[in-house]
Ligand binder design. Structure first.
Ligand code: PMP
Length: 309
């Protein structure tokens, strides 16, 4: 159970981290958030947070879209998070949720001239369960929010209505998740994860301008594929039917991690089970996040253990 949150400038009991129903962001969805994972390495009895500074840089970029004035740098937020996790003392995988919100308690929607506040909490997120059977996806009947309306480049709380519509429709129709098309009819991503398609031995991903999030897991995977596995990557438009022809495909994200796609719209993708390139990427990704790849330790921040007095 979560014990602490960073709230109103200090780490305090989670029970004391409460906002008013009048809070602007609660009323209008004008906040932004992040999502980071901490991975527990059993042998070293150590939690490692994955790419903490990159997550907070993106968090502050999302804040820029919302005209937020944040008195913290990415480094400050990273230090606060490590202190919070150290106090929390997770001895398992965990997930960190920072939120930036408009704290004014007034009626009237706008972004400028507001008091901006940051809160951070963490939850245990269990062990990774391999989904060897792969995901069964559909194409959503919803379209992805557009940069001209609600910019999906930022992790903006209100924009997750779009993700929620996509995810619930997919679930209620018996699928694990959905791919969503942008206004041009090309694939953007899944409800809350980026898409990677593999054709002819190469990774192909939708460009960020297709209205996908600038995914940190995606960037990490492209780097690992290119530099460690010698697999090239190209960003270009992908049609829904091209995925029916794919040799392999997977979703990636902090929450999703790396999970293969078994089918789309009832058409088997590739062999229908995890392909060799996906398997190699997934295995390497999990070694990296658990601190088993010395070359990539710079992507990890260890959480100091508080020794009980
Ligand atoms: N797309 C969306 C819409 C998301 O919410 C997420 C999860 N943050 C991702 C992609 C994956 O991004 P990341 O790898 O940075 O977690």
């Amino acid at each position: 159970m979560t014990k602490y949150a960073f709230f109103e400038g200090e780490i305090r009991s989670i029970h004391d981290a409460k906002i008013s129903v009048m809070t602007q962001t609660f009323n209008y969805g004008t906040g932004c958030f992040g999502g980071l994972r901490g991975y527990w390495n059993q042998e070293r009895e150590q939690v490692y947070v994955f790419r903490i500074l990159d997550h907070y840089r993106r968090f502050l970029h999302s804040g820029k879209i919302l005209m937020a004035h944040v008195p913290y740098s990415a480094q400050d937020l990273a230090e606060i998070t490590i202190e919070l996790l150290s106090r929390e003392g997770w001895r398992e995988n965990c997930y960190v949720r920072p939120l930036l919100y408009k704290a004014d308690e007034t009626i009237g929607v706008r972004l400028d001239n507001m008091r901006d506040a940051v809160t951070i909490f963490s939850v245990a997120m269990g062990n990774y369960l391999p989904r060897e059977e792969g995901l069964r996806l559909c194409t959503s009947s919803w379209r992805r929010v557009d940069d001209t309306a609600i910019p999906p480049r930022g992790k903006i709380t209100g924009a997750y209505i779009n993700s929620a519509l996509i995810k619930s429709e997919a679930h209620l129709n018996g699928f694990d998740d959905a791919l969503v098309l942008n206004q041009d009819g090309h694939i953007a991503e899944a409800s809350a994860a980026n898409l990677v398609m593999i054709r002819h031995g190469k990774l192909i991903v939708p460009p960020i301008s297709a209205n996908a999030l600038e995914g940190i897991t995606l960037a990490s995977i492209i780097h690992l594929a290119q530099h460690e596995l010698g697999v090239a990557c190209e960003a270009r438009e992908i049609d829904r039917t091209e995925l029916y022809y794919a040799d392999e495909a997977f979703l990636c994200g902090t929450g999703a991690q790396v999970v293969s796609i078994a089918s789309l719209d009832h058409r088997t993708v590739g062999s229908g089970s995890e392909g060799p390139i996906t398997a190699a990427i997934r295995a390497l990704y999990f070694r990296v996040v658990r601190g088993e790849e010395p070359k990539y330790m710079h992507w990890l921040t260890p959480v100091p253990q508080v020794v009980p007095a």
